[in-house]
Design a protein around this ligand. Structure first.
Ligand code: GLN
Length: 309
């Protein structure tokens, strides 16, 4: 077995020395104020052991990492019927792109681009008021992470509600194709709030553990999804989790992963561990620059890439 604590310490030290840290997302004003010097890493192995370094206990805005949790919830509600609402192919375009939607009749390519996650939020709203749907999501994430202290950062949610013009455009555009059942304001209320979940690397690595352990959370002893569903969610994370950077992430890291514009990435080493990293500066695809690099080092040194050592 590798000395994982020594490894996360090494990675943290190496990242601390980097001067090129990427660019913090500034289109959501509340994210623009985050210090790019932060770096956190947390690894939870399938036997429940944790290894952390750096700012692993500092909360950050998980943003699109939350799309893994809403996808899991929506699949639990409607099963494979979800794929009538959203596809499962990489988009090859930016996370907030609108161009493909017109050509494909308002059906988003996959559940991780913004349009796709908005369609998933619409599914989660069925039979609920927005507040109730948001409550369900928070309860689910707390259950996954086994941590009732997890909350939504209301400042971030408000900040994005005030400036999320592009997401309003995406939602209204989908509604024009008859692809949303609820008003755009309600759907985006759910979407902006789940993106504004504040979590630490440690909490995120707990929440992802069920994906590393065949749908079962070995720390809590609870089954979250079937083995097959965990495998498929991992497949989607590998092919679509980093938007137009998904190919590069698979090439360099070789693990299913989901990024967010808050600079977090949750990655899964199937049968081995759940890994969360956070570095707020982003690359040109909106994925954490040094977070990706940290995971690349991690995968290289552990041999955990799903493509072989
Ligand atoms: N809430 C963000 C947005 O809609 C999420 C994007 C992301 O994390 N890639 O723009």
């Amino acid at each position: 077995m590798h000395d994982l604590q020594a490894l996360v310490n090494d990675i943290q030290r190496e990242i601390a020395n980097h001067s090129k840290r990427g660019k913090v997302a500034d289109y959501i004003p509340q994210l623009a104020v985050v210090d790019p010097a932060h770096f956190g890493i947390a690894v939870t192995t399938v036997d429940g052991t944790e290894y952390v370094a750096g700012d692993a206990d500092v909360s950050f805005s998980i943003q699109s990492v939350s799309k893994v949790f809403t996808l899991t919830l929506a699949l639990g509600m409607v099963g494979d019927r979800l794929w009538n609402r959203v596809g499962r192919e990489p988009s090859g375009s930016a996370f907030n792109s609108i161009v493909q939607l017109e050509l494909e009749n308002g059906k988003p390519r996959n559940p991780f681009i913004n349009a796709g996650a908005i369609a998933v939020a619409d599914v989660l709203l069925a039979g609920h008021q927005p507040k109730e749907a948001i409550g369900e999501i928070v309860r689910f994430v707390r259950f996954l992470a086994d941590d009732d202290s997890i909350v939504i950062d209301e400042h971030v949610a408000r900040s994005e509600t005030e400036t999320g013009f592009r997401n309003f455009a995406l939602a209204q555009f989908m509604r024009s194709f008859g692809r949303l059942d609820h008003p755009a304001e309600h759907v985006l209320g759910v979407y902006f709030h789940h993106c504004a979940l504040a979590m630490t690397c440690r909490q995120l690595s707990h929440a992802g553990l069920f994906l590393a352990a065949g749908g079962h959370n070995p720390s809590t002893g609870r089954t979250v999804v079937s083995r097959g569903r965990a495998r498929r969610i991992n497949a989607l994370m590998l092919t679509c989790g980093h938007y137009d950077g998904s190919g590069d992430f698979a090439y360099r890291v070789g693990l299913p992963g989901k990024s967010g514009v808050g600079g977090g990435i949750m990655a899964v080493a199937p049968g081995k561990a759940s890994i969360a990293v956070w570095s707020p500066g982003l690359n040109e695809n909106g994925n954490s620059l040094l977070g990706s690099y940290a995971l690349e080092m991690m995968a290289q040194r552990t041999g955990w890439s799903i493509f072989g050592v």
